[in-house]
Design a binder for this molecule. Structure first.
Ligand code: ATP
Ligand code: MG
Length: 250
C-alpha cells in the first residue's frame, strides 16, 4: 500500500539530513507506530508521504499499481490548524465540495461521517469549541469523507488528557476496523503500542528499527534513541518521576 525507498530530505544549511535513506513498506490494513525523539524526522517523513514536501532523493510509492493512487489523509499535531470550517459539518463538507460533490450531497456525507466519528448532534456547534479529542475526531471525519485509504496521525496524543487519549485510540480502532492503513507518529509508546502491528523507530533521520513491537521493548536500546521503554515502569510513588534512567546522564 505504501513503499518508501531510500528516502532522504536535507534542508538547505542543515548539517545533517532530516531524513537519511529511509526504506520500508506498509501493507494494506496495517497499523504502524512510527516512533522517535523530537527532531528524529517523523513529521518530515509524513510530509513526504503525503506529497506536501519533495525528497532530496529516494521515492514514495502509493498503492499497488492501482490508478488513481490511494489518498493519504493527515491529522496534524496542531488540531486547530486543520479546521477550515466554522462548524463541523461545514468543515467536513469542504473537501467533498472541492472534489465536485453538490453542496447537499457533501453535507449529507459529512453528517454520516461525523456520526461515524461519534460527533452526531455536534454538527453545527462552533468548531473551535470542540475539545482536543473531538477536534482530532473532526479531522478524521474530514479524511474519511475524502475517502482516504492511508491515514497518518502526527503526535495525536499531544496535549490530550486521559479521556482524550482514549478517544484518539477509539479512532485508531475504528480506522483499523474500516480496513484503513494507519500510521501513528508518536514518541508515547505507552499510549498506543498495543494497537500496532509493527513499530518503526527513527533516530536522527535514520530508520533504526522496523519490526515487532514486543521484540523492540524486550531487546532494543530504545533509551539510546531517546524513547522511554514503558514496560514495568511504576510500582511505588517513588517511581513517579521520569529520570534519564540507570547509568544515563540526567
Ligand atoms: N522546513 C524545515 N526547514 C528546515 N529544517 C526542518 C524543516 N522541517 C523540519 N526540519 C528539521 O528536520 C528535523 C526533523 O524534524 P521533524 O519535524 O520531522 O521531527 P519530529 O520527529 O517530527 O519531531 P517532534 O517529535 O518534535 O515532532 C529537525 O532537525 C528539524 O529541525
Ligand atoms: Mg513532529
Amino acid at each position: 500500500m505504501l513503499e518508501v525507498k531510500a528516502l532522504s530530505r536535507k534542508f538547505p544549511g542543515a548539517d545533517r539530513a532530516a531524513l537519511d535513506s529511509v526504506s520500508f513498506s506498509v501493507s494494506r490494513g496495517e497499523c504502524v507506530v512510527v516512533s522517535g525523539a523530537n527532531g528524529s524526522g517523523k513529521s518530515v517523513l509524513m510530509s513526504l508521504i503525503a506529497g506536501l514536501d519533495r525528497p532530496t532523493s529516494g521515492a514514495v510509492r502509493l498503492g499497488e499499481g492501482t490508478v488513481p493512487e490511494p489518498r493519504v489523509g493527515l491529522v496534524f499535531q496542531d488540531a486547530d490548524s486543520q479546521i477550515l470550517g466554522d462548524t463541523p459539518i461545514e468543515d467536513v463538507a469542504y473537501g467533498p465540495i472541492n472534489l465536485g460533490l453538490s453542496r447537499a450531497d457533501a453535507r449529507a456525507l459529512a453528517r454520516d461521517t461525523l456520526a461515524r466519528m461519534g460527533l452526531a448532534g455536534r454538527e453545527t456547534v462552533p468548531a473551535r469549541s470542540l475539545s482536543g479529542g473531538e477536534k482530532r475526531r473532526l479531522a478524521v471525519a474530514g479524511i474519511l469523507a475524502m475517502d482516504a485509504e492511508i491515514v497518518i496521525l502526527d503526535e495525536p496524543y499531544a496535549n490530550l488528557d486521559w479521556p482524550g487519549v482514549v478517544q484518539v485510540n477509539g479512532i485508531v480502532r475504528e480506522l483499523k476496523a474500516l480496513g484503513k492503513t494507519v500510521l501513528v507518529l508518536t514518541h508515547e509508546l505507552e499510549k498506543v503500542l498495543a494497537l500496532a502491528d509493527r513499530l518503526l523507530v527513527l533516530f536522527r533521520g535514520s530508520l533504526v528499527y522496523d519490526g515487532e513491537p514486543e521484540a523492540a521493548l524486550e531487546s532494543e536500546p530504545l533509551a539510546d534513541w531517546g524513547i522511554r521503554n514503558p514496560l514495568g515502569s511504576y510500582a511505588h510513588v517513588g517511581d513517579l518521576e521520569w529520570t534519564a534512567g540507570p547509568g544515563r546522564a540526567p
